[in-house]
Write a protein that binds this ligand. Structure first.
Ligand code: GTP
Ligand code: MG
Length: 444
């Protein structure tokens, strides 16, 4: 039987050889370092915390610089995320740092949906990376990776317990990002209260099943420091960009009427521990965990959703071609179904409109008939009026003729009998029909 590639490189066939002299592959790690340095690094921090809790101050303190700081108002309708990217350089190492702020977090009366924009932002960055990976022409080498490497969750220094908003948000985020909880403005809580507060927070996180980031202990070089630091979580931090003279040294501190809180003094707060763990010791692990754990989970779910599997039900290796065909068929079926639905909808809409139009036509017809009847009635009334008027006119003409005859007779008689004329005149003017001539209808 012919040996396959896996047989060739299996452990049993591996043979140790001694080299006769220096070959040079021991420089591989150096080559890697040199390549990484040339390429530069990306690091993305998400700061989740209420408005004014000290997010910007801590970032400025952490990187010993002044980033843009726009104060958020307390009247935002919802939470939104504001990413800002900076190019930083230390020695010859370039770092593309993105700080993402949660603007308006905790300011709404109804906080139920507050975690959603954060989850959406994290998922969008994963999706962008996945899309780049799935491209035929990928350029992951110079791709600006915006996936969140660390989420610093700012806990308000209440000294009581976590708020439900904190628990819900951390629970929603813990499978998507490395969470390091920190107690903000720790200078406002006394030493004994802080100790109890830390224990309370950790027990609440455990009882609610919230997974926070644990500093790795598998690498011997850092296992000791990391395991001791895990016990200090959540870090109680103080931020300040103000420099105060302590002894003969200028240190970053917060000055109060009763004393000075030094940011970098380990007996005052855990700021130095946070900086050590986040930047100096575990920055690469955070990047690795993001890629190997959180992104991998997102990628797996997304590909499974798209119908990809590693093996088919008969345990045969997964065929991309078959999956593509199956998905295509499924998609075409869905499309046909949708088309049929739309056709049915269109037919029923047409029927509805037709019925409406018919109803309107019937109403119009009825209206027309009614108007026709009204018109005929009006015509009939006018006809009657016309007849009445004609009768009146005839009667008037008859009277007029009678009056004229009478007048003519009286004129004849007056030449013979003046007395009789006067009498006839009197009779004429006393005739009721004569009076009605002046007060009669308007004949026009
Ligand atoms: P928004 O971006 O507006 O949400 O605020 P923020 O969370 O970035 O807070 P910011 O850093 O602007 O600080 C708000 C106020 O808190 C400022 O007056 C800071 O001086 C003060 N502050 C920041 N850190 C600390 C701290 O550790 N202790 C105390 N006591 N005050 C702090
Ligand atoms: Mg801010």
């Amino acid at each position: 039987m012919a040996a396959t590639d896996t047989d060739v490189f299996s452990n049993e066939d591996k043979r140790n050889l001694n080299l006769g002299g220096h070959v040079g592959f021991d420089s591989l790690p150096d080559q890697l370092v040199s390549k990484s340095v040339t390429q530069g690094f990306c690091f993305n921090i998400l700061c989740v915390g209420e408005t004014g809790i000290g997010k910007s101050t801590l970032m400025n303190t952490l990187f010993n610089t002044t980033f843009e700081n726009e104060e958020a108002s307390h009247y935002q309708n919802g939470v939104y995320l504001r990413p800002r990217t900076y190019d930083l350089q230390e020695s010859n190492v370039h770092l593309k740092l993105t700080i993402v702020d949660t603007v308006g977090f905790g300011d709404q009366i109804n906080k139920e949906e507050s975690y959603k924009p954060i989850v959406d932002y994290i998922d969008t960055q994963f999706e962008n990376y996945l899309q780049e990976e799935l491209k035929i022409k990928r350029s992951l080498f110079n791709y600006h990776d915006t996936r969140i490497h660390i989420c610093l969750y700012f806990i308000a220094p209440t000294g009581h317990s976590l708020k439900s908003l904190d628990l819900v948000t951390m629970k929603k985020l813990d499978s998507k990002v490395n969470i390091i909880p920190i107690i903000a403005k720790a200078d406002t809580v006394s030493k004994s209260e802080l100790h109890k507060f830390k224990i309370k927070i950790m027990s609440e996180l455990v009882s609610n099943g919230v997974q926070i980031y644990q500093f790795p202990t598998d690498d011997e070089a850092v296992s000791e420091i990391n395991s001791s630091m895990n016990a200090h979580l959540p870090f109680a931090v103080v931020g300040s960009t103000e420099e105060v003279k302590v002894g003969n040294k200028m240190v970053r501190a917060r000055q109060y009427p009763w004393g000075i809180v030094q940011v970098e003094n380990e007996s005052h707060c855990d700021f130095v521990k946070l900086r050590e763990m986040l930047i100096r010791v575990n920055m690469e692990d955070l990047r690795e965990q993001t890629h190997a754990r959180h992104y991998e989970l997102y990628r797996r779910c997304k590909l499974e959703e798209m119908g990809f599997k590693d093996a088919d039900p008969d345990s045969q290796p997964f065929s991309l071609q078959e999956t593509y065909e199956a998905k295509r068929k499924e998609f075409l079926g869905e499309l046909q179904h949708k088309e049929e639905e739309m056709r049915q909808m269109f037919v029923s809409k047409v029927k509805e409109t037709e019925a409406e139009l018919k109803e309107k036509e019937r109403e119009l017809h009825e209206k027309f008939e009614q108007l026709k009847r009204m018109h005929q009635e009006e015509k009939r009334k006018l006809e009657e009026k016309r007849r009445d008027l004609e009768e009146d006119m005839n009667a008037f003409n008859r009277r007029k003729m009678a009056a004229e005859t009478l007048q003519a007779q009286s004129l004849q008689g007056s030449s013979q009998q003046p007395l009789k004329k006067d009498k006839d005149k009197k009779n004429f003017f006393s005739l009721p029909s004569a009076c009605s001539l002046t007060s009669g209808r308007n004949l026009n």
